[in-house]
Design a protein around this ligand. Sequence first.
Ligand code: UD1
Ligand code: UDP
Length: 382
Amino acid sequence: MMKIVTIIGARPQIIKAAALSRAIKNKYSTQIKEIIVHTGQHYDANMSQVFFDELGIPSPNYNLNVGSGGHGSQTAAMIIGIEEILLKEKPNCIVLYGDTNSTLAGALAAIKIHVPIVHIEAGLRSFNKAMPEEVNRIMCDHVSSFLFSPTKTGVINLIKEGFNTGTVPPFNANNPKVYHSGDVMYDNSLFFSEVAESKTNIIEKLKLQKNNFILATIHRNNNTDEPKRLNALFKALNDISNENKLDVVLPLHPRTAKLLEVNLSKDLYTEIKSNPQFKIIEPVSFIEMVALEKNCKLVMTDSGGVQKEAFYFEKPCIILRPETEWVELVKCGAAIIADANEEKIKNAFEVLNSKTDFEFPKLYGDGKAAEFICGEIIKYII
Ligand code: UD1
Ligand code: UDP
């Protein structure tokens, strides 16, 4: 039996981990024993526990309860906790997802004590090192032994950074194996899409008209922490809502919720609060999110995961960032990068609202990425 330690901490990682846990339960339970470590980076019930309750992820074996903090103190506390667990559990490998501080902490803890690293969502690049996530993902990729990229672009990025796709076993951090695996979040979107609408009545609860509302999420630090950008985003959203008589649903990340009143101008804050079509709500569960994504008209987001899910559910998307690592979405015309620029956002809305010839090709695998990943690590790690 192979033992893996999975590190989760932030909301999207908890959701991503559901795909692998499901594959282990359904197909590999006699071959893989999974130990789940929650760093505690996200801790509000609606940012963490709800996903365990809803997605069938086993409860964490350990919770480091690290909580919020500066990058240094948060990451350092995680490294200390993860190292202790790795020394005690002696796993065959550590599984890390994405690009958060929990990912970086897992990578630094594991590489120093020679625990092989499996990085899921390897190779993605925004080419903007001002993003903490870009630093985290580069560092993690370069100490990993197994790199599972969801996209071809990710593999190409890795090759440009010196990775060799023709390596032969045994694989290790000096001789890593690069895969194009597809996206575990595509697995999840397909799986939970089937049950979403029967398990939630969020569309009725929020009195939404199907295919006639905008779903928005905003949480990137450069958007929330910079008043000019935050004002431009909310002004654009509010104007589009008013001019088109469209509801906007905004499940608000706690980071943004804490800064809204502080960083928005008083007038805009009052206007949004008094617009009955601007529905700011608490973060929702994944199943509720899938129901909102499936039934909306258009998505506006600075989230990595949400822009891709919009594509999975064949909805156009306005990306509220200066760049994206999911470049295929833009290339095929399903998404437009508008940054936090009021005019660009309004123009993007006009373009996507009048466009009729959308294409949503299958770019992210076959919905079985998690099974593929399990199969490969069993083959090469023990
Ligand atoms: C983190 C990730 C980001 C990811 C996002 C997913 C890093 C550097 N960033 O950003 O890549 O897209 O998670 O959502 O790892 N807070 C709460 N309750 C919580 C969690 C957070 O109130 O349960 C508030 C705290 O004020 C905290 C702030 O949100 O300081 C930011 O949380 P943090 O985990 O540091 O970063 P995120 O913005 O969530
Ligand atoms: N999500 C959710 N509830 C919400 C907002 C997002 O379940 O209120 C899900 C979303 O469907 C996606 C993931 O959280 O699967 C994305 O996480 P987030 O936007 O926090 O981070 P990112 O993907 O940008 O790292």
